[in-house]
Design a protein around this ligand. Structure first.
Ligand SMILES: NC(=O)c1ccc[n+]([C@@H]2O[C@H](COP(=O)([O-])OP(=O)(O)OC[C@H]3O[C@@H](n4cnc5c(N)ncnc54)[C@H](OP(=O)(O)O)[C@@H]3O)[C@@H](O)[C@H]2O)c1
Length: 335
């Protein structure tokens, strides 16, 4: 079967298309899934670009969606023919956050989904939303669940809230779509006037160009009558957090998700304390949260925004497209 392996020391020119043996019959408690699609995340880029150390020959990609082709003894939750989507943390079923080690995360600590067939325990998958294409389903594992958790699980979004989303990557576009469906007002930022039009078409109520308006936190405050937003989906990290704190309301929630501007920096702690805001770090979510999200998505009337889709063989081109940051929404692989 076809697979992609990452060779030491990593880098887009160290991704190799290989032919490896297909797995045998699934063991008791396992399902066999023909993977048809994956989607690219910043984390996957970190793995393939060699920013984190991975073993030679690692099969990348945390997201995987496809069809169950065989079930092992004792499996009752899935049947042959079910459309399924992988879980970012296969061992975090429910409850409080687990220590966020990437040792068991597919495509990082263990082999991921850039391959045609996998045998895995049932708890590594959930059903995909009914009617989704495999590419649409594949966008949910990382980006979709992160946005869901930020807004719903941790942010406890309510109709009438105002939500701030930063940039036009996968997580932010999901957050925009979910927040609008849940009755929120959404303010979005982008560096691109062309992407601004896409954001407005998706339902954003206001769009701010963060390059033209470096003090965009003040712009958000002004446009909310000085109150600020209820939830910030903070994908930028240290370079954007001070503006996010400025933009957030007293008692508001900031979901600390991303590292687009780096890994450490100074935070205006007094402003945050004075405004009694919650700053919550999060890494994706549990299987149970994914099941809740799938149920919700089946009742929303929109689909994930797919910027582009590449055949598996063109995985390096797909990551180069992501690195160029010209995309809007999700970049996928199909196979
Ligand atoms: N904690 C978690 O569980 C989790 C899960 C998923 C992702 N993440 C993190 O979240 C971040 C976004 O991930 P993603 O997969 O959505 O990335 P992505 O699709 O690669 O997003 C890239 C987009 O981010 C925007 N951006 C870049 N710098 C920005 C800045 N200074 N301010 C505002 N927007 C900026 C740009 O939008 P414009 O072109 O519109 O300017 C760019 O197109 C990454 O740091 C990723 O590691 C974390």
């Amino acid at each position: 079967m076809k697979a992609i392996q990452l060779q030491h020391p990593g880098g887009l020119d160290h991704l190799r298309l290989v032919d490896i043996p297909a797995p045998g019959a699934p063991k008791p408690g396992e399902i066999q899934v023909r993977i048809h699609a994956s989607s690219l995340n910043y984390h996957d880029l970190g793995v393939v670009a060699g920013y984190v150390s991975v073993v030679d020959g690692r099969i990348p990609m945390a997201d995987g969606a496809g069809v169950v082709t065989a079930v092992g003894a004792g499996v009752t939750e899935f049947a042959v023919g079910d459309a399924v989507v992988s879980c970012f943390f296969p061992h975090w079923q429910s409850g409080r956050a687990v220590p966020s080690t990437f040792k068991t995360v597919p495509g990082d600590g263990v082999d991921g989904f850039a391959r045609e067939l996998v045998n895995m325990p049932t708890h590594a998958f959930t059903l995909a939303p009914r009617g989704y294409t495999h590419e649409e389903a594949a966008t949910l594992t990382t980006a979709g669940l992160t946005a869901w958790r930020a807004l719903v699980v941790d942010g406890r979004i309510q109709a009438g809230d105002t939500v701030l989303v930063l940039g036009t990557g996968g997580v932010s576009i999901f957050a925009l779509q979910m927040a609008k469906s849940m009755g929120a007002r959404v303010i979005a930022t982008t560096s691109s006037d062309a992407k601004k039009e896409h954001l407005l078409a998706l339902g954003a109520d206001q769009v701010i160009n963060y390059k033209d308006e470096p003090d965009w936190g003040d712009v958000v405050l002004a446009s909310t009558g000085g109150r600020g937003v209820d939830i910030v989906v903070e994908v930028g990290g240290p370079g954007t957090l001070p503006q996010s704190i400025r933009a957030c309301a007293s008692g508001g929630h900031i979901a600390l998700i991303g590292v687009l501007t780096g890994f450490s920096g100074s935070i205006p702690t007094v402003e945050m304390m004075r405004k009694q805001q919650t700053l919550q770090g999060l890494i994706v979510g549990s299987r149970e949260q994914q099941q809740d999200m799938v149920r919700a998505l089946e009742n929303f009337n929109w689909r994930p925004v797919i910027d582009s889709s590449y055949p598996l063989e063109q995985i390096a081109e797909a990551f180069a497209h992501q690195q160029a940051a010209k995309h809007f929404g999700k970049i996928c692989l199909h196979y």
